[in-house]
Design a protein around this ligand. Structure first.
Ligand SMILES: Cc1cc2nc3c(=O)[nH]c(=O)nc-3n(C[C@H](O)[C@H](O)[C@H](O)COP(=O)(O)O)c2cc1C
Ligand SMILES: [Mn+2]
Length: 485
């Protein structure tokens, strides 16, 4: 596992999955345009390091997670589903059947305590401490021409609930207003916003620490849809199989990942709002300007030679697709804890995570597909699911064309569509109102008589096993022969 972003970058170099750009490109639009162009190449393109951005004192790294193979490497697995297996094991403690069995299970308990973060004294992220440091030292990108300014797009925003002390880490963009102030774009449904809500109710200032360029597992974990109140560092510990090292901040009562490149310490005042945006967003549209809390910077700490790690969002596919794919795979076994009938799920790139959600189920009773829709609309960030398509377990939801075929053949729109309203993603500008709008569920399972559908429904075409095996043999010959030609 990678101890910091430098060792990840070194490994990507070794694997020839990273390209250095030596031209002095501008952080104003030019670097972002290159990142966008590279993201649109087959498979997501290589990782990028811009060695000498114009006017900047440090390099810019981007698209580090922008392919399936790099996302797997970042999380230390060959396939993302390997992680799912481990998480499943850790979250399903077997009940000991007796004393000897209990002793045998001890290593599991120690594995769980091995995941707790630990505090260290010396940290690379504090090699340099600048009490009067400013954001003008960072090559923050302006990514799209109508953007309201430059935006920090891949920060780990760390806060504590002022009442319970529970920590949250989330990735929320920060618009740079001047060298000591930024926007704080935590949307109303997110962990940071909840801590701020509590602080505002108490009339208190909320301390905030922002880590830039932590290790790959931590960067991913900050984007993960962890249930409220569960520490993202636990997840990072499970994935990274090691205790995350944290260091106390210099001016606020918070800890930050010791291995980060740069740390911004500061606070958000109760009641203060400022215009944030517009911002060229991962919807592929400009998110409209709106009022958001304001982050006041009071201290910058960093490594001696930091790298500024960032990402560009835009029309999919871009780097965040792969971060989202990791969450899709990692959270599937956890969702199955309450919804064991779920076989698989898939969020197509064009659906930007939650606009299109494809789920296959082992259908067990009438109305089962509708139960799954209701469950998703009530489950964490899956509440944002705008169109949920539920299919039977014999349909491969990773195959978008197959799901489209099944929808076309198995759905009667007058019978199988569920329309409802509820909370929607803040970024949904088509919704009837900000954050509140419609959702659709499509029941594309085979309907049962017990669901009131007595009309005979035809069977799917499948040949016999014997004929299929024969066909496989012949196909092998045909393809070998055509390979020779
Ligand atoms: C590149 C990137 C940028 C993001 N920007 C924001 C943002 O500006 N505001 C926001 O609320 N969520 C943003 N997110 C999504 C959150 O990070 C995500 O919902 C996360 O689960 C929030 O964690 P939380 O539940 O602890 O709040 C972004 C995600 C990525 C990958
Ligand atoms: Mn959280």
């Amino acid at each position: 596992m990678f101890s910091d972003i430098n060792s990840f970058i070194a490994e990507l170099e070794r694997r020839r999955e990273l390209v250095h750009v030596a031209e002095p490109l501008s952080p104003d639009l030019e670097i972002a345009a290159v990142i966008d162009r590279v993201s649109k190449s087959p498979g997501g393109g290589p990782a990028l390091v811009f060695d000498r951005p114009a006017g900047a004192s440090m390099p810019v790294a981007a698209n580090l997670f922008g392919s399936m193979s790099r996302m797997c490497l970042a999380l230390g697995v060959d396939r993302l589903d390997d992680l799912a297996g481990e998480i499943d094991e850790l979250t399903t403690p077997p009940m000991p059947k007796g004393f000897m069995d209990a002793i045998r299970l001890m290593p599991l308990a120690s594995r769980l305590t091995d995941l707790m973060p630990k505090t260290v004294k010396d940290a690379p992220c504090q090699e340099v401490v600048k009490m009067d440091g400013g954001l003008d030292e960072l090559p923050v990108l302006r990514t799209w021409p109508d953007d309201g300014g430059p935006f920090i797009t891949l920060p780990l925003v760390i806060t504590r609930d002022p009442e319970t002390g529970m920590r949250n880490i989330g990735t929320y963009r920060m618009q740079v207003y001047d060298r000591r102030t930024t926007g704080m774009h935590w949307q109303r449904h997110k962990g940071g916003a909840q801590h701020h809500r509590v602080a505002e109710r108490m009339g208190k200032r909320l301390e905030v620490a922002v880590a830039l360029g932590a290790d790959p597992v931590l960067i991913y974990s900050a984007t993960a849809p962890m249930p409220e109140g569960l520490d993202e560092l636990m997840l990072a510990g499970i994935i990274g199989k090691r205790r995350v090292e944290m260091v106390k901040c210099r001016t606020v009562d918070l800890e930050v990942p010791a291995n980060a490149q740069i740390v911004l310490e500061g606070y958000v005042e109760p009641g203060e709002r400022r215009r944030e945006g517009p911002f060229g967003d991962h919807t592929g549209l400009y998110s409209l300007a709106d009022d958001f809390p304001v982050f006041h910077l009071q201290c910058v700490t960093m490594r001696k030679n930091p790298i500024y790690v960032t990402t560009v969002v835009g029309i999919p596919p871009m780097e965040d697709l792969y971060l989202g794919k990791a969450s899709e795979r990692i959270f599937l076994p956890l969702i199955r804890k309450t919804l064991p009938e779920i076989v698989d799920m898939h969020f197509p790139a064009a659906g930007i995570f939650h606009n299109i959600v494809l789920v296959s189920i082992d259908k067990r009773y009438p109305g089962h597909a509708r139960k799954i829709m209701s469950a998703f609309w009530g489950l964490g960030q899956l509440m944002f699911s705008k169109c949920i398509v539920v299919v039977d377990k014999d349909v491969d939801v990773q195959n978008e064309a197959e799901v489209a075929w099944i929808c076309g053949t198995h759905v009667d729109p007058s019978r199988d569509i569920v329309i409802t309203t509820g909370p929607v993603d803040d970024l949904d500008d088509a919704a009837i109102q900000p954050s509140f709008g419609g959702k659709m569920g499509i029941d594309a399972t085979r309907k049962w008589p017990s669901e009131g559908v007595t009309r005979e429904f035809p069977k799917r075409l499948v040949t016999t096993d014997a004929a299929r095996r024969r066909a496989e043999d012949i196909w092998k010959k045909i393809s070998d022969d055509s390979g020779k030609r």
